[in-house]
Ligand binder design. Structure first.
Ligand SMILES: C[S@@+](CC[C@H](N)C(=O)[O-])C[C@H]1O[C@@H](n2cnc3c(N)ncnc32)[C@H](O)[C@@H]1O
Length: 357
């Protein structure tokens, strides 16, 4: 929050940033084409010597006019510099080429969000993911995940997994060490990554994955292929259907990057049903990224902008939450927070919640 309490820019900096915003889609597309066409890579490979426009055209085999337009735009964006008749890469250009976070975000924004974001204003008014029609005809993106075209699906999973992959190895000891968990319900298990890493980390735990039927069939194939069917069960359900009871008798419930897919009222409803499904001395473990609990302003920025994907594309009513808004949902559902562990992986917080007695 401290990042956002004062206006620190000069008037000149502010006007420059305003132009970056006004030309935002141009900046984005140029950077992506400079990355994907190989132009940035050729310039980087030339090192301190740099490359002339003619040499770049020769190397990437694209029309002279197009390469010139891209590079002149790239100068203004700050991806390249030009001196002694040659282009050289900048540090920002380097991040566009090599930084995993930048690449995952850029692919996700281009493939999943770009066209749908055109419908943002409509989504704000209706509370529905109006941009989703650019990808397919589903009520939310989750029903469509397994049917997305392969390159869009790759970008969606690349984005989702990037954050959980960095957090899961760090969070496993917090969940399993000294907690004697034998029977865990995992809600929103997606492709089975948590179940797979849990069974490898803890030789006793049995996991039941609850998710949409389409999603579970993807997870099931993976679990079977790994020979883990005796350790992992599946419970297909649309959690928004409140008439569907949760299975009972769990000493732990795990939800990672799941509750941010729902509105505040829906989160409370899901957590109340967790309350009923959980043993009296059991715990709900929630792994989430909160934009106000970040060490770096860039991390907070990424989370704040990711919220807009939920508005225009995913379901129209959820977001990456401020921690206080989210915690109020936990309290309303009859839980208290027994332990909070911040700064896990890139940006996550682990909340260990117990029933209020
Ligand atoms: C963002 S993914 C989280 C995946 C995984 N837990 C992780 O940490 O990477 C959200 C998951 O929630 C599931 N989901 C979304 N809406 C659902 C619903 N209405 N009922 C059941 N599962 C749902 C999706 O299918 C998806 O697997």
């Amino acid at each position: 929050m401290h990042f956002f309490s004062t206006d620190t820019k000069t008037a000149l900096e502010s006007k420059h940033l305003a132009q970056f915003i006004a030309f935002g889609p141009v900046v984005f597309q140029v950077a992506k084409v400079l990355r994907d066409s190989g132009i940035l890579k050729e310039i980087e490979d030339s090192g301190a010597a740099g490359l002339s426009l003619e040499a770049i055209v020769e190397k990437v085999q694209l029309p002279h006019y197009g390469v010139r337009v891209l590079l002149e735009s790239g100068l203004g964006i700050g991806l390249v510099i030009f001196n002694n008749d040659t282009y050289k890469i900048t540090k920002t250009g380097y991040f566009i080429l090599h930084d995993p976070l930048t690449n995952v975000n850029m692919n996700f924004i281009h493939d999943v969000n770009y066209k749908g974001l055109f419908h943002l204003e409509e989504s704000i008014k209706t509370g529905k993911p109006e941009g989703l029609k650019e990808l397919g005809d589903w009520p939310t993106i989750y029903e469509g995940l397994s049917q997305l075209p392969p390159h869009i699906q790759k970008s969606w999973f690349g984005f989702d997994h990037f954050f959980s992959d960095t957090a899961f190895p760090k969070v496993l000891p917090h969940v399993y060490d000294n907690n004697h968990i034998k029977n865990m319900l995992e809600i929103g298990g997606n492709t089975g990554k948590w179940a797979i890493s849990s069974t490898a980390y803890n030789k006793d735990v049995h996991i039941t994955i609850m998710d949409l039927p389409q999603q579970l069939s993807m997870a099931k194939n993976k679990i079977e292929a790994l020979g883990l069917s005796h350790r992992v069960s599946f419970h297909p359900v649309n959690i928004l259907d409140e008439s569907q009871p949760f299975p009972k008798g769990f000493d732990a419930i795990w939800m990672s990057q799941f509750l941010d897919c729902f509105s505040e009222d829906e989160i409370v409803s899901i957590l109340k049903r967790c309350h009923a499904a959980l043993d009296e001395d059991g715990f709900v473990y929630i792994l989430e990224a909160f934009w106000d609990v970040q060490r770096f302003e860039t991390a907070a920025f990424c989370l704040q902008q990711t919220s807009v994907y939920f508005t225009a594309l995913a379901n129209g009513n959820s977001q990456m939450y401020h921690s206080e808004v989210f915690k109020n949902c936990i309290y309303k559902a009859g839980f208290e927070i027994a332990q909070e562990t911040d700064n896990i992986g890139l940006s996550h917080t682990l909340l260990k919640c117990r029933k209020v007695v």
